[in-house]
Design a protein around this ligand. Structure first.
Ligand SMILES: C[S@@+](CC[C@H](N)C(=O)[O-])C[C@H]1O[C@@H](n2cnc3c(N)ncnc32)[C@H](O)[C@@H]1O
Length: 207
């Protein structure tokens, strides 16, 4: 394996991140995260989406990041918002199947997938931890030129050439045995691609 940190995935500064994402809880709800789920915030960063996710699922979640400083911020963010998580796990996202005690209902990876070097392998690791009916959501920047994605008066986000279309994401993730269910618009510059296991068991298909 090459670099431990995925390229171009440094956590953005809070000022423009909060300006770009004024309603993180609304974003998560639009992606289909529901209160009875067991969820994972993969590559959670400083907890900007983790705390609202924990609120929705009542603490029934794990957060994973390779950077201990980010996990400390996530811990503080959870405390500040009066939420909890089952565990904050310092690890490489690619090791996901070895990190969790069992299957989960929902894995979110936000603003990170564009930097993952072997994306199909990453999606395979996620597929391995999804239980029946499980979902995998990828929040990504649309492939707009960086000069056009201006937030608080400056171009923001990954380099133009690193940005992926929903079709690019679909090709990488469906190769891992997941199927695209829907693409959610997350204006002004993002989308969420939601995947599920391609084939549930035959008995479920008949129901
Ligand atoms: C751009 S931030 C996104 C944070 C958060 N998901 C959000 O959207 O607000 C990407 C995060 O991925 C983490 N990261 C980078 N490489 C990783 C790896 N191999 N395994 C786990 N986390 C990783 C970084 O430490 C960083 O906190």
């Amino acid at each position: 394996m090459g670099e431990r940190f995925f390229p171009a995935t440094v956590m953005p500064d809070r000022d423009w991140w909060a300006a770009l994402w004024p309603d993180p809880e609304g974003v998560l709800r639009s992606l289909g995260i529901e209160p009875d789920m067991l969820a994972v915030d993969l590559c959670c960063g400083d907890g900007y989406f983790t705390a609202p996710l924990a609120r929705i699922v009542g603490g029934n979640m794990y957060a994973v990041d390779i950077d201990p400083a980010m996990l400390e911020k996530t811990r503080a963010e959870l405390e500040r918002s009066g939420s909890t998580a089952l565990d904050l796990i310092e690890a490489d996202a690619r090791d996901l199947p070895r990190l969790l005690p069992g299957k989960v209902d929902y894995v979110l990876i936000a603003n990170t997938f564009h930097g993952v070097p072997e994306r199909t392998a990453m999606a395979r690791a996620v597929a391995a931890v999804l239980g029946p009916g499980g979902r995998f959501a990828i929040v990504n920047w649309y492939p707009l030129p960086r000069r056009r994605t201006v937030v608080l008066d400056k171009p923001r986000g990954p380099k133009t050439e690193m940005r992926m279309s929903p079709d690019d994401v679909r090709a990488d993730v469906e190769a891992a045995g997941l199927a695209l269910e829907r693409v959610v618009e997350l204006p002004p510059f993002h989308y969420g691609a939601v995947f599920r296991i391609a084939r549930e068991s035959p008995s479920e298909d008949k129901l």
